[in-house]
Design a binder for this molecule. Structure first.
Ligand code: FAD
Length: 420
């Protein structure tokens, strides 16, 4: 047994992209770190995700909010480029552009307004607005129902398994220890500070704990307003490489679909569950026949010419969401030595950079990019009335009712009551 396994300084809980990233970054900084995972590496949202890397997804109309995100996602992007050499591994990164597609004429006005705001108020020189002609010239396989799009050429996709396993491999080379099939039952505290974690094999004492369990985060740290949100995916047999095939689009009823193509050629469509579900049901990893049929039919809607392509697999999984759609990353103020990095609805654009910033904070006392916008304590004193049954659409309705501008559509911005 390694020193990190017997006497860890820091225990990281959850071996998704975030937990593996934090473990690697802490090991790089010479810390004795033990990573505990209740199942296997990348068995949560990470291994079920589409791998789409979209720096600014959704249709947020607030420049200040986008600017906040930009600092993180642009550094994340730089790190993704550096990883193949740093980790000595292929991470499946394929920068082939991303599209935010309008399927209705009215949406084009919305896209145009956002595009103009991005260019003029944020100085975003890369973002382009494509009308229907330009869109179909770029990606001729898309159906005629696609009316136009916002286009960012430097976005794309990566392979979440390759990246996560590369991080774990490097972390272990640097002295970190990993234990899989080891659920943490409790974060044990004494006199207001972390004393260790309780597993089925007993207490593992340590000085600090990082809760990186994403959708499950509130089960170990109940004060976190992180809720699970179930999503599905279907994937086809390989097709020839299709240009600009990472996109988001709204179909009927404000349902958002994400689509990408892996480097092997498989086309992956991510979509919503069949109906709103309770918080417990969000963790359901089975796929009903109706869900399979519905999500597969989206492929034919977007690519009528590819209707004969076979769907070869389908799955579902839960990601974590927070009230403002941004992850919680930093110290938990109620307990000395307790850190969190959870609540990631779009981890490919945030996980590597926030994992590094959190490791800097733990190991060096400060982070090279301020983590204020992601401070887990930003929700302190606010109680949330989560809907009993929910999905993307229900959450968006909450947004509308609260009279707030629709930001990132993956975000769970809910009605909130400030506790006096
Ligand atoms: C269908 C689907 C499609 C998606 N598509 C995209 C996409 O295209 N692009 C994008 O950026 N994001 C996408 N996402 C979201 C993305 O998957 C997440 O943002 C990202 O994987 C978060 O990584 P994580 O490490 O925080 O969480 P996870 O990968 O969920 O890791 C958390 C880990 O904690 C473990 N765990 C939980 N409780 C315990 C415990 N008590 N003890 C020990 N271990 C525990 C879990 O088993 C899990 O392995 C998608 C998600 C889904 C479900």
């Amino acid at each position: 047994m390694t020193n990190a396994e017997v006497h860890p300084e820091i225990v990281v809980i959850g071996a998704g992209l975030v937990g593996c990233g934090v473990t690697y970054q802490l090991a790089r900084r010479g810390r004795r770190v033990l990573l505990l995972e209740r199942r296997n590496i990348a068995s949560g949202a990470t291994g079920r995700c589409g791998g789409m890397v979209m720096k600014i997804d959704g249709r947020d109309t607030r420049p200040a909010e986008i600017a906040k995100r930009w600092r993180f996602v642009s550094e994340n992007d730089r790190m993704l480029d550096a990883f193949p050499e740093e980790l000595e591994a292929d991470i499946g990164l394929w920068r082939r552009g991303s599209l935010d597609i309008a399927c209705r004429d009215e949406e084009m006005d919305q896209l145009q307004a956002i595009w103009r705001m991005q260019k003029t108020e944020l100085g975003d020189e890369e973002i382009q607005l494509l009308d229907a002609r330009a869109l179909h010239a770029l990606s001729p396989v898309l159906s005629e129902r696609c009316k136009g799009a916002r286009y960012r050429p430097s976005d794309g996709c990566l392979d979440p398994f390759q990246l996560t396993h590369a991080l774990v491999r490097k972390a272990c080379e640097l002295g970190a220890a990993v234990r899989t099939w080891c659920p943490v039952r409790e974060i044990v505290t004494e006199a207001g500070r972390v004393a260790g974690v309780r597993t089925d094999a007993g207490l593992i004492p340590c000085d600090a704990v990082v809760n990186a369990t994403n959708g499950w985060a509130a089960s170990l740290t109940p004060e976190l307003p992180v809720v699970p949100l179930r999503a599905l995916a279907v994937i086809t047999e390989p097709a020839p490489a299709l240009p600009a095939l990472t996109f988001e689009a709204e179909l009927s009823m404000k349902i958002v679909y994400g689509c990408t193509q892996t480097r092997r050629g498989n086309i992956l469509v991510g979509g919503p569950p069949e109906k709103p579900a309770t918080m417990t049901e969000q963790f359901d990893e089975t796929v009903s026949r109706r869900e399979l049929a519905f999500n597969s039919s989206v492929l034919t809607e977007f690519f009528p010419g590819l209707a004969r392509l076979n769907v070869i697999r389908a799955w579902s999984g839960a990601m974590g969401n927070t009230p403002d759609g941004m992850p919680c990353v930093g110290r938990v103020s109620s307990c000395e030595g307790l850190y969190v990095a959870a609540g990631y609805p779009n981890g490919m654009s945030y996980a590597p950079v926030t994992a590094r910033l959190l490791a800097e904070l733990i190991a060096e006392g400060d982070s090279s990019i301020p983590l204020d916008a992601l401070d887990p304590n930003r929700f302190a004193g606010i109680s949330y009335t989560w809907p009993e049954r929910y999905d993307y659409t229900v959450l968006a309705e909450y947004l509308d009712r609260a009279g707030q501008p629709a930001g990132n559509r993956r975000e769970a911005r809910l009605r909130r009551e400030v506790l006096e």
